[in-house]
Ligand binder design. Sequence first.
Ligand code: TA6
Length: 300
Amino acid sequence: MASSEAEKKSDLGVPGRVIFLDGRGELPMLEVSTAWSTAEIYLHGAHVTHFTRKNEPPLLFLSQCSRFEQGQPIRGGIPVVFPWFGPREGLGQHGFARVKTWELKEFAPAPDGSVSLRFRLPDCPEASAFGPFNADYIVTVSDSLKLELVVTNKSRTDEFVFENCLHTYFEIGDICTVSISGLKGATYLDKVANFVEKTETNEAIHINSEVDRIYLNTQGAIEISDGRLGRKIRVEKQSSLSTVIWNPWIAKAQQMPDFGNEEYERMVCVESGNVGSNQIRLPPGETSRLTVKLTSGPAQ
Ligand code: TA6
């Protein structure tokens, strides 16, 4: 396994460290260590597959059956969904960003002990169907995990219309002991009921069947309370109007070749982005900055 290493000591004398490795499927991967946490990020999709705080179970779920192959998305972690969400005729699901090899532009172990890495989506034939744009993804590893998808419209004349979503898979102890709060009163499209529009009436959402919902016009923080692991996860976001909640449950899990039959019990997706009627219409020369911060700690 090839590896090289970059390290910088923080003011606290604690090293923030980045190691370059061949990951699974021999795909290039970065292993990041800080005083508080470790993370793994593949250049394939700029995909964060692991983030673990010291003395806590992993924050992100990663399927045992995931593919690690060129052209195939990784199942779990944080797929970067861009420039469209869901299916698009003749073009496949959830955009091309998650299956491209992103360029690592810079990484910086900061004096406070955190480590930031900036990736750029390379030019590719699929992107030429859109006007000129840049897409950067900045991952900051510290006590928390911060993610920023920064898209700039390089056109002088035309809007850039796109969807984005950080399709985050969280590791949970048991789906039956999990509740998700922060969405009461929001309108959602219920994908398992043919996209019927509904209103969330529950203070906390409990999942006991397939759930696939696009909540619109939601800007507040979401909390995932996990009774089995005794953990609370908080998802804070900026420049994101949509929240997607997904658990495939039993039948759908069995249909997915890259997902274990029982793995639906240990994951839930709480996704932050701008999709459907919340899609972004970016004026010429402007930049959009989708930002998500994930924190976790013991449930009180
Ligand atoms: O975000 C939820 C969703 O759009 C579901 O409909 C679902 O099937 C899924 O994402 C996973 O999509 P994928 O293309 O990764 O299999």
